[in-house]
Design a protein. Structure first.
Length: 401
C-alpha cells in the first residue's frame, strides 16, 4: 500500500513535469523555428596530402557565413591512408570496394544507433555540388520559407500504375485535409516563452507535393537521403513500391509511407501530427530524420533560443502519436515504429566510427529544444510533489483509537 501511494506520487510529479514539455505551437512551425538540422558526415579518403584544389573542395562542404555559422548541415573528416589511420577507418575504406582516390563516403545523422550510408562516390566538384543541393531541395525549402506547412515528396517506383494511383490518392487527401484540419489555438505563454516568433494569425495550414523518380540522376543524393529516413527502405521488398514522405521544418522528413501504406488513414495521421500542437519539444524524442540542405535557416527564419534562457530537456517522459495499429508493413506504420527498428536492419555494411570532430551546425538538445520556462516547470513539479506529500500523509496518519 505504502509503495503504491509513493509510486503514484512520483509518477504524478514526473508526468506533470513531462506535460510541461508540450507546446501549443504546431509541430511544423516549432520545428522550423527551434530544431537545428543534424549533420551529415562526409569522410574523404585520400593518399598523401590533398592538393590545394581538393582542400578548397573539402572546405566547400562546410560553407561558413561571415559570423562563422554553417549553412550546410555537414562536416568533413579527411583520412590520409598513408598516415596509418585508425583500424576502423581502414576497414571502412576497404568496404567501399574501389581503388579510386580521393573518395568520399557520406553518412546520415546517427538516428538509429549508428550512421547509415547515403552515397559513396568519387570526391570531385560535380559530386560535392550535387550533395550539397539540388533543384528539388531548393523547391522544398522555398515552399517552406514561403509558408507551406508540409511538402510531401512522392518517390516514384517506376511502375506507372502504382505511381499514378499513389499520386491520385495523395493529391486528393492533401486537398481534403487542407480544408478540414485546424491549427491549434496558440497559448499566450508559449509566445512569451519564445516558442513562436510570428503572429499566430499569420500561420497557415497548407500542404504541397512534389514527385521524383528513384532513378533521377540529378536528384540521386537527395533520393538516397530519403531512403535513409528508415534503415529498411532499401530492402528489395520495397524496391518497386512508391514511397511518400512528408518534409517539414528545416528539411526534416517524418517517415515513409510505402505502397498500399499510402492511404487516407496514414496520410491523415501524419497531417494531424505535423499540424497539431507539439506534444514534446525535445527534438530527439520526435520522429523524423533531417536531410542535407545548404540553407542559412537561422538568418531566414529566426535564431533558436539562447542557452541561458532555457532548462535542459527532461528525456524519456513524452511519447508520440498512435501506436502501430497493425497495418501491413507497407509503412503505414507510425514513426514510433521507425524509432524501434532493430539494429539488425541498420547499415550492416558500414563500420561505426566515433566522430572526433564536432558536427557542423549542430548543437545539443539543450540548445535545440527549449523545453519549458523555469516558472512553468516549477509549477508542475511542485504540484506533483504536493500530491506525493498528501498521499504519504494519508498513509502515515495516526489511526483513531
Amino acid at each position: 500500500m505504502i509503495r503504491s501511494i509513493i509510486t503514484l506520487g512520483v509518477l504524478a510529479a514526473l508526468m506533470a513535469a513531462a506535460s510541461a514539455q508540450a507546446c501549443s505551437v504546431p509541430v511544423f512551425r516549432y520545428a522550423l523555428e527551434q530544431w537545428r538540422p543534424d549533420s551529415f558526415e562526409v569522410i574523404v579518403f585520400h593518399q598523401g596530402p590533398l592538393s590545394d584544389a581538393q582542400k578548397e573542395l573539402a572546405a566547400k562542404v562546410e560553407p561558413k557565413n561571415i559570423d562563422a555559422s554553417y549553412t550546410a548541415n555537414a562536416w568533413v573528416r579527411t583520412v590520409d591512408l598513408d598516415a596509418a589511420p585508425d583500424a576502423a577507418l581502414v576497414e571502412l575504406w576497404e568496404q567501399q570496394e574501389t581503388k579510386t582516390l580521393p573518395w568520399m563516403l557520406v553518412r546520415s545523422p546517427a538516428k538509429f544507433g549508428k550512421p547509415l550510408k547515403v552515397v559513396s562516390q568519387e570526391f570531385n566538384e560535380e559530386n560535392v555540388t550535387s550533395l550539397l543541393d539540388s533543384p528539388l531541395r531548393k523547391k522544398i525549402t522555398d515552399a517552406i520559407l514561403k509558408g507551406d506547412s508540409v511538402v510531401w515528396v512522392l518517390l516514384k517506383s517506376g511502375d506507372a500504375a502504382k505511381d499514378a494511383a499513389a499520386e491520385e490518392i495523395m493529391r486528393g487527401e492533401l486537398k481534403r485535409l487542407q480544408g478540414e484540419l485546424k491549427l491549434p489555438e496558440i497559448d499566450e505563454q508559449d509566445i512569451e516563452d519564445g516558442f513562436l516568433s510570428v503572429n499566430p494569425d499569420d500561420l497557415k495550414l497548407r500542404f504541397s507535393m512534389i514527385t521524383v523518380a528513384k532513378d533521377d540522376a540529378q536528384e540521386q543524393a537527395f533520393v538516397q537521403m530519403l531512403l535513409t529516413v528508415e534503415p529498411d527502405l532499401r530492402d528489395p521488398e520495397f524496391a518497386n513500391e512508391p514511397m511518400a514522405l512528408p518534409v517539414f521544418g528545416r528539411g526534416r522528413a517524418l517517415y515513409a509511407l510505402i505502397g498500399k501504406g499510402i492511404n487516407a488513414e496514414t496520410i491523415e495521421d501524419a497531417g494531424r501530427f505535423l499540424t497539431g500542437a507539439c506534444q514534446c519539444t525535445v527534438k530527439a524524442q520526435n520522429p523524423g530524420v533531417d536531410i542535407l540542405t545548404s540553407v542559412d535557416w537561422d538568418r531566414l527564419v529566426v535564431p533558436t533560443l539562447e542557452k541561458d534562457t532555457i532548462l535542459p530537456a527532461l528525456a524519456g517522459l513524452s511519447g508520440f502519436g498512435k501506436e502501430d495499429d497493425g497495418h501491413s508493413h507497407d509503412h503505414s506504420h507510425a514513426a514510433d515504429h521507425a524509432d524501434a527498428v532493430t539494429s539488425s536492419k541498420e547499415a550492416t555494411d558500414e563500420t561505426s566510427v566515433a566522430a572526433s570532430t564536432p558536427q557542423a551546425g549542430s548543437t545539443t538538445e539543450m540548445t535545440e529544444a527549449p523545453a519549458v520556462s523555469v516558472g512553468k516547470l516549477a509549477i508542475y513539479v511542485v504540484g506533483g510533489l504536493a500530491l506525493l506529500v498528501v498521499g504519504m500523509s494519508v498513509v502515515f496518519a495516526p489511526k483513531p483509537s
